[in-house]
Ligand binder design. Sequence first.
Ligand code: NDP
Length: 283
Amino acid sequence: VSARVLDGKALAARVRAEVAAQVTALAARGVVPGLAVVLVGDDPASQIYVRNKGKAAVDAGIRAVDHHYPASVTQAELLDLVVRLNADPSIHGILVQLPLPAHVDALAVQDAVAPTKDVDGFHPENLGLLAQGRPRYISATPRGCMRLLRESGARLAGAHAVVVGRSNIVGKPMAMLLTNESATVELCHSRTADLAGEVARADVVVAAVGKAGLVRGAWIKPGAVVIDVGINRGADGKLHGDVDYAAAAERAAAITPVPGGVGPMTIACLLENTLESAKRFVT
Ligand code: NDP
């Protein structure tokens, strides 16, 4: 490996310690940040994510309140919960873990979350503010990716950035954030004609696809910075990123590992968003 390994676990620990210190200061002023975590069904990956987020919140002094529903929950029941959480002054952040069961309209649930409590940054108002370059909440994963990019020392202004994956929760907000930092951004997806060629021109590559090793090491421009969002469980039981790590690390200047890269930063940035929400309640 010749690339510098961007240690998301260590950076996340620093961010979480900073959040914890600010939560303590806020609590002394009478406001304990509250995060409602909504989980529907028994998806094992979602259960792990929710457990990790809840534990990280509690470790930082944030009050995490779990709302776990069976997969048979109705949309009306979920919307009713969201309405109650929106009105609850002890709750500053509302997180609805995705995916939701097929019979629930996930976008309708996300739309129902009060934009001022939308610490996931999925609400169209928050995505719109981000698109206009005046973000309120930046989705935790793209926010974590930007933090890792800052840590890498990569110069973003004028850089050619390629984002692979155009989901509303990772790819699109990532493209907006990079645009706001004056990178020249290309947003690639499953219909992109020549993905290898696009990636080969990139100074910054962000892979958020959900296919292990899709981005080949040989595609990486020497000296590029590579951020790998993918979390794919392999037949070997281990987690793999969307980038062919070993080969990419031979060419990149800096690269995030999986696990231990973007994942821990996502949790740390969710805590930052919750803290920022609670701060708004202090006069
Ligand atoms: P989605 O499934 O919502 O989006 C995947 C995107 O990848 C789509 O835009 C799709 O294109 C594109 N894509 C699929 N196949 C190809 C291909 N062969 N070539 C180019 N593009 C392709 O995924 P998410 O954005 O939700 O998640 C992406 C990955 O990141 C997953 O592995 C997920 O587990 C992980 N993740 C990790 C997080 C973390 O904290 N580290 C947080 C969130 C997600 P199209 O739109 O054309 O279908």
